[in-house]
Design a protein around this ligand. Structure first.
Ligand SMILES: *Cc1c(COP(=O)(O)O)cnc(C)c1O
Length: 483
């Protein structure tokens, strides 16, 4: 892995044998025990079990937070084996850490839930770091030709930070062309933009805030037919509602800051990759286990690592992900349906509404995981998440008046919170990309993005109603259903 030939001493070999036995036991545990569990059980326990706790962590029932910069070794043999990556090790917290280890395994298993292959995860300090970490290895110069043109495809409807990373950091600064896909539901548009210099296909779904969507399987098949990987950002859905790897995606990026850390305690990220992914890059290690590759090599050298404290905070939130995504989705549906009836509202965008142009496509992919095993439902049920948006009648000025009138809903550029949060994308998350960029991403100036939390839906509606009525007094008589 390090590239150099490593001379293995008999002492090192003893450590390697011992650790191979440990890894075989762990693989068996994952295969025979953990992978047999339902989603909720994996979310609650991950790989942390009684045996780990008693043997290594003094019986602590919660995964410990290892705020230690580095790991000590018994002797030079163990150190040599560890630093040649011949045995599992965490050596230095920039590279790995026992707390991030449990976070990574839980996410790898949740994103890979229902997938019949294996997945790996690499934690990152943020969602933006996860995106950078997933795209960079595909953008290297393949032929030592420093003038070789490189391009990739990406959905134009994407998070504002992603737009900046691709258009400024990659296109402007490094001359790597990002070919924006305007209508990702049109497979011909994707196909027509691929050429021999294309390195990967990237798509955000549902996109933030415009709720763009595409047919994952069709785009993955297209990518693979050109020997290219598909990278998906499914932050908005979270693995409780959508697992792109199950539909052919090679890598998933998560801004774990959002749905996964519902409480709002900080910023975190992750990439989850399937083993043996598809790529035209000639690198066997990268292909076989992309997550481990980036973790132990590129990220070792660039340092976008997750803090162990944050890893456990996020892990703790993830334990109840499924039930929270269900509740917040149901609340959002109720709010969206109510919004449609308000005279001050020009339009409502929510994938769950039957009149949304992408409703049918989203319904193919967005399901509450394990609803068929839930005694409340007993059958598959669609859930569309906590993100919706709407346009206020009367343009940007009315939108701001409504926004300023909100009392309980927080004005913040945040998403996936247990507390309802609203923002005006044109003046916040999507301010930097200018009018042209916003038009490309489909973001009008009077659009309000609303992420419905876990309050009672009637109270969320009550706040929206009083704020809308401040605007609509000029437009029409308000329809007051709640206060
Ligand atoms: C917030 C967000 C990101 C960036 O994540 P950070 O954790 O803020 O770095 C990426 N993608 C989507 C869809 C997001 O909402």
């Amino acid at each position: 892995m390090s590239g150099d030939e490593v001379h293995i001493t008999p002492g090192m070999q003893r450590y390697i044998d011992k650790n191979n036995a440990y890894l075989a036991k762990r693989d068996k545990y994952i295969r025979e025990v953990v992978k047999q569990w339902k989603f909720d059980t994996i979310a609650v326990h991950g790989l942390y079990n009684v045996e780990d706790a008693i043997e290594d962590y003094q019986g602590a029932i919660i995964e410990p937070i290892f705020m230690s910069s580095s790991q000590a070794y018994r002797d030079s043999d163990e150190m040599a084996a560890a630093l040649a990556y011949l045995i599992p090790t965490w050596c230095y917290s920039r590279i790995a850490n026992p707390s991030t280890y449990y976070y990574e395994w839980t996410l790898a298993l949740l994103e890979g839930y229902g997938f019949d292959g294996e997945t790996g995860c690499c934690s990152t300090s943020s969602g933006m770091a996860a995106i950078m970490t997933s795209v960079q290895p595909f953008l290297i110069h393949r032929s030592h030709n420093k003038h070789e043109p490189r391009n990739f495809l990406a959905t134009a409807q994407c998070y504002g930070g992603t737009f900046q990373q691709f258009s400024i950091r990659l296109m402007e600064e490094r001359d790597i062309e990002c070919r924006w896909i305007q209508d990702p539901t049109n497979i011909d548009e994707w196909a027509s933009k691929i050429d021999k210099n294309t390195r990967f296909l990237y798509g955000e779904l549902p996109s933030n805030p415009a709720q763009g969507f595409f047919d994952i399987k069709a785009v993955a098949d297209l990518a693979h037919s050109h020997n290219l990987p598909l990278i998906c950002d499914s932050t908005v859905a979270s693995p409780a509602l959508l697992r792109p790897v199950c539909h052919g995606a090679d890598i998933v990026v998560q801004s774990a800051t959002k749905s996964l850390t519902t409480s709002g305690f900080g910023v975190a990220g992750a990439l989850i990759a399937r083993k043996n992914l598809v790529t035209s890059i000639e690198n066997n290690h990268l292909k076989a286990d992309f997550a481990a590759y980036v973790k132990y090599l590129p990220n070792r050298d660039t340092g976008p690592n997750l803090h162990p404290m944050q890893a456990i905070m996020t892990l703790n939130d993830m334990r109840t992900l499924r039930s929270k995504m269900d509740l917040m989705s149901r609340n959002t549906m109720k709010v969206a349906e109510w919004m449609q009836t308000h005279p001050a509202v020009e339009s409502v965008q929510y994938l769950g509404l039957p009149d949304h142009p992408l409703h049918e496509l989203a319904s193919k992919y967005m399901w509450l995981v394990d609803a068929e095993h839930d005694e409340l439902y007993g059958k598959p049920v669609n859930r569309y998440g906590h993100l919706m948006s709407f346009c206020v009648k009367g343009g940007a000025e009315s939108a701001r008046k409504f926004f300023d009138g909100l009392q309980r809903i927080w004005r913040a550029t945040d998403l996936g919170r247990i507390k309802s949060v609203a923002t005006i994308p044109a003046i916040s998350t999507h301010q930097q990309q200018g009018e042209a960029g916003r038009e490309l991403a489909g973001i009008p100036p009077n659009m309000v993005r609303l992420c419905v939390g876990a309050e009672h839906a009637d109270d969320v509606i009550g706040d929206l109603d009083q704020a809308l009525n401040k605007v609509s007094s000029k437009i029409a008589a308000p329809a007051t259903t709640a206060s």
